[in-house]
Design a protein. Sequence first.
Length: 140
Amino acid sequence: MTALAPATLAPALDGVRLSIHVLAASVWVGGQITLAGLVPTARSLGPNAPRSLAVAFARVQWPAYALLVLTGLWNISATHAGQSGTWQIVLGVKIAVVAVAGLAAWLHTRASSRSSLAAWGAVTALSSVAALVIGVFLAG
Ligand code: HEM
């Protein structure tokens, strides 16, 4: 029987960096999923309730996005040295996906028809979840 290598703890600063990044990701991605779940109930409270909820969420969502970009740059400066070409390509894909998520979220807030609201909402959610999954693979 082979012995398992003992698990090690992340250095303190890496723990801080990744905790802030993951906390902001939980607000950006988890907030969208939670809001989508609340919309049917919000509709029953009045025709403007879903939009009011979305405006309130935007006050939390955009600071979280800014924090993701800042801590994402911090992640790169802390981890890029010695990474493989594949890692760099996956990082490039992730940055493109994050840009799509931000653009789609902005277009979603400006959409006036129901179909464009739904389409941009779907693109935002899918690209945000993709960014999260790619991030997990980058962290290794
Ligand atoms: C929608 C935006 C984003 C989401 C949801 C997201 C999510 C995540 C998650 C969940 C992780 C894994 C953390 C772990 O497993 O410990 C991660 C890691 C990472 N993210 Fe992001 N992220 C986003 C934006 C960004 C941006 C804009 C950048 C670069 C500018 C970036 C660069 C990285 C890097 C380099 C890692 C690996 C960190 C390491 O290995 O220590 N992320 N991300």
